[in-house]
Design a protein around this ligand. Structure first.
Ligand SMILES: *Cc1c(COP(=O)(O)O)cnc(C)c1O
Length: 450
């Protein structure tokens, strides 16, 4: 009998997160203040985020950071997550490649986002915060935060991108079930929201509009902190639990990945699975290829430009050094809501500049074809976001079929798609399409923060 699934014992579970910033040959450039153009320190960020998260954000020294005991306890509810050898998918593709996936869909919230929601709420609580707020696109981050806030006894208010609220109605019910307040963004409850609606009454929202609203709420409400489920360095730090577990599980399987692939919104699940393996590339021991799969309709990694840009649409956040399509970029209403963000995290942006990894952009229909094949072979309906990683994996596995190479490919299944069935329904009915962007579309919003 072939062994298919690898799980860690409690005693084997990682107790520290990995901070790739300590090992990066070129550190990420600092976030800067939009008016003064001065680099930001922990104090500048701490009026928005929990202080411990700010410290982690700017920590370029400590390679390993202890996971707090209380967070480890909560991780144990659903971790370790399984590493699975996808024999059925391999067989369907007729590829000599060995395909493994790390299944982050098995927790009750259904995506990897809970890995960072728990520590963020834990730190907020420790610091005496009573309320947390955030934005959410597809709803996975909002759901994870709502649950984590409840676990640590915090009130939670979520701004959800309006289009996602309509496409995925049950997500807001999930957040409200955990006790959160949910508003569609742009909303009339903040100045930023009102301004956006005044300019465009039919604005269906983006992560950028929702971030503006949540940041405004956090900065105008006492004892309220803003939290972010992606993009930032401390989020990728918390997500490193994925790759650290996978490293041990690959060892159990007796293999090491030639390629690590994840879908890419702001970089948290990618960083989570990739960075622990990348440390062996940085030290020169290994030569793994790292691929971030983004939507063709929101191609910041493959067609964006490296520049300082705002993290949100209204320009409330610090300026961040990143590959971006411009903070005013409006992605098409694709179903992978979690990948509709205009920029990439600072660490990943620097790593791309330094040639340590690369992006690949994938059309919407190809991602659904990949998701269907995965569902029909492995029995798991993937999130439309995760299907980008599956599509990129399938492309590579097909190349192996042509060359006869037995590459070991590891991809991250960032979440399941069971609350995305309207998207599958539309695909099955032939109602989905691709969205290609011309160079002029891409150029339009670049350089807009200058
Ligand atoms: C949010 C989300 C993503 C995209 O965010 P990253 O920070 O790039 O990982 C991908 N997959 C799922 C299931 C998500 O919920």
């Amino acid at each position: 009998m072939k062994q298919k699934k690898f799980i860690l014992q409690e005693s084997e579970m990682p107790t520290r997160w990995y901070n790739i910033q300590a090992d990066m040959p070129n550190k990420p450039m600092p976030p800067i203040h939009p008016a003064t153009r001065e680099p930001l320190g922990v104090e500048d960020l701490a009026h928005i985020f929990p202080a411990e998260c700010c410290k982690q954000e700017l920590d370029t020294e400590h390679r390993w950071i202890d996971i707090p005991e209380e967070v480890l306890e909560k991780y144990k509810y659903y971790r370790s997550t399984p590493l699975v050898r996808a024999y059925a998918l391999e067989e369907a593709l007729g590829t000599p490649a060995h395909i493994y996936f790390k299944n982050e869909s098995v927790n009750p919230l259904g995506s990897h986002k809970i890995n960072s929601a728990l520590p963020q709420c834990y730190y907020a609580k420790q610091e005496g915060t009573t309320n947390v707020t955030t934005e959410t696109g597809a709803g996975q981050w909002g759901a994870a935060l709502s649950y984590a806030a409840k676990v640590f006894g915090l009130e939670c208010a979520v701004y959800q991108v309006k289009i996602s609220m309509q496409q995925k109605p049950y997500r807001s019910s999930i957040m409200r079930t955990f006790g959160a307040t949910v508003e569609g963004s742009p909303s009339m409850s903040t100045r930023a929201g009102k301004d956006i609606i005044t300019r465009d009454p039919h604005h269906m929202g983006s992560l950028g509009t929702a971030i503006s609203e949540a940041v405004e709420l956090a900065t105008t409400t006492p004892n309220c902190k803003y939290t972010l489920g992606s993009v930032l360095n401390h989020v990728a730090l918390h997500q490193s639990i994925i790759g650290l577990e996978a490293e041990k599980q690959m060892e159990q399987a007796g293999e090491y990945p030639d390629m690590v692939i994840a879908c890419f919104g702001g970089g948290s699940n990618f960083g989570g699975i990739a960075f622990p393996f990348m440390r062996h590339n940085i030290s020169g021991e290994r030569h793994t290829e790292f691929i971030a799969a983004e939507p063709e309709s929101c191609p910041k990694l493959t067609r964006g430009r490296f520049e300082y840009d705002f993290g949100d649409e209204a320009g409330y956040t610090p300026l961040l050094p990143m590959y971006t399509l411009g903070h005013n970029f409006r992605p098409a209403n694709i179903h992978a809501g979690g990948l509709r963000y205009h920029g990439a995290g600072m660490i990943v942006s620097q790593l791309i500049k330094d040639g340590m990894m690369h992006g690949v952009d994938i059309p919407q229909l190809e991602t659904f074809e990949a998701g269907m094949l995965f569902a029909r072979t492995e029995g798991i309906i993937p999130a439309p976001e995760s299907s980008h990683a599956i599509a990129a994996t399938i492309r590579e596995a097909k190349k192996c079929k042509e060359t006869g190479e037995e590459k070991v490919i590891l991809f991250n299944l960032s979440g399941h798609g069971l609350i995305d069935m309207t998207a599958y329904e539309q695909y099955l009915n032939g109602d989905l399409m691709n969205y290609q962007l011309s160079d002029a579309d891409i150029e339009k919003n670049l350089g807009s923060s200058k």
